[in-house]
Design a protein around this ligand. Structure first.
Ligand code: DX5
Ligand code: ZN
Length: 229
C-alpha cells in the first residue's frame, strides 16, 4: 500500500483580475498546481482567459505546473495556440466536438504535454471509456462549467468513485481531478471519494488569507487516513 498525495490547484478564475501576480503571490508555497480556466463564450456562457495568459504564466513561472482547462469549441483552431504556450497539462471536454477527442488528445501528448479529459455533470464516465487510456488525468466537473462560486453537485463524487474502480480494474494511471464548489464543506469529502487533485477558486481567493487556507488543508490532506492499494 502507498499513501496518497492529494494536490491543491487554486483556480485563477477567482483571482483579482487587476492583480493576477499579486493573487498568485498570496498563495505562498502551499499549493501544487495553478488551474487556468479558458472559456470561449460558446461552449460555456462566459469568457475568461486566452492563450496569452497561459504563455505569460509559463514565461513568469518556468517551473510551475500549469493546469489548463479548456472549456471551448473549435479545438481545431484554438488547441494549437494553447499547445504553443507550453502548459504542463491541457484538459479538453468530452462534450466538445467529440469527433476530435482522440485526435486532440494525441496532439497534446505528441507535444510532450500531459492530457486531461473532462466530463460535465450530466455526462457519464462510460462516454470516455474508448479514449481513457490516452488520459493522464480525468477532470470531473462538479458544477455546471462557466462560473465560480456554485454549489458542488453531490453525484459528482459517485463519478469520482467510479473512476477510482475503473482505474483499479484496468490498471490505468490517470489522476482524478474535481473542479467546482470545493470549499470548507466539501473538500475533505472530495478527497475521501478518491480525488487526487482538488481545484478551488472562490474558497481560496475570496478568503482573507489564501495562504493560510491552503496550509490548513495541505496539512489535513496529508493526514488523511486513506490509502490506495
Ligand atoms: C468553472 C471553473 C472552475 C471554477 C471553480 O467552470 O472550471 O475552475 O473556477 O470555482 P469555485 O471553486 O469557486 O467553484
Ligand atoms: Zn476549471
Amino acid at each position: 500500500m502507498t499513501s496518497r498525495k492529494v494536490l491543491l490547484a487554486p483556480s485563477l478564475l477567482a483571482a483579482d483580475n487587476l492583480n493576477i501576480e499579486r493573487s498568485i503571490d498570496s498563495l505562498g508555497n502551499n499549493y501544487d498546481w495553478l488551474h487556468l480556466d479558458i472559456m470561449d463564450g460558446h461552449f460555456v456562457h462566459n469568457l475568461s482567459f486566452g492563450p496569452d495568459m497561459a504563455r505569460a504564466l509559463r514565461a513568469k513561472y518556468p517551473d510551475m505546473f500549469i493546469d489548463v482547462h479548456l472549456m471551448i469549441d473549435r479545438l481545431d483552431i484554438l488547441l494549437p495556440l494553447f499547445i504553443e504556450a507550453k502548459p504542463s497539462l491541457i484538459t479538453i471536454h468530452a462534450e466538445c466536438e467529440g469527433h476530435l477527442l482522440h485526435a486532440s488528445l494525441s496532439r497534446i501528448k505528441k507535444a510532450g504535454i500531459k492530457t486531461g479529459i473532462s466530463l460535465c455533470p450530466p455526462t457519464p464516465v462510460r462516454n470516455i471509456e474508448s479514449v481513457i487510456d490516452l488520459a493522464d488525468l480525468v477532470l470531473i466537473m462538479s458544477v455546471t462549467p462557466g462560473f465560480g462560486g456554485q454549489k458542488l453537485i453531490a453525484s459528482s463524487l459517485d463519478k469520482v468513485r467510479e473512476l477510482v474502480s475503473l482505474r483499479e480494474v484496468h490498471k490505468y494511471n490517470y489522476l482524478i481531478e474535481i473542479d467546482g464548489g470545493i470549499n470548507d464543506n466539501t473538500i475533505m469529502d472530495a478527497a475521501r471519494a478518491g480525488c487526487d487533485v482538488l481545484v478551488a477558486g472562490s474558497a481560496v481567493f475570496d478568503n482573507e488569507n489564501p495562504c493560510e487556507w491552503l496550509a490548513k488543508y495541505k496539512e489535513a490532506l496529508n493526514n488523511l487516513d486513506i490509502y490506495r492499494i
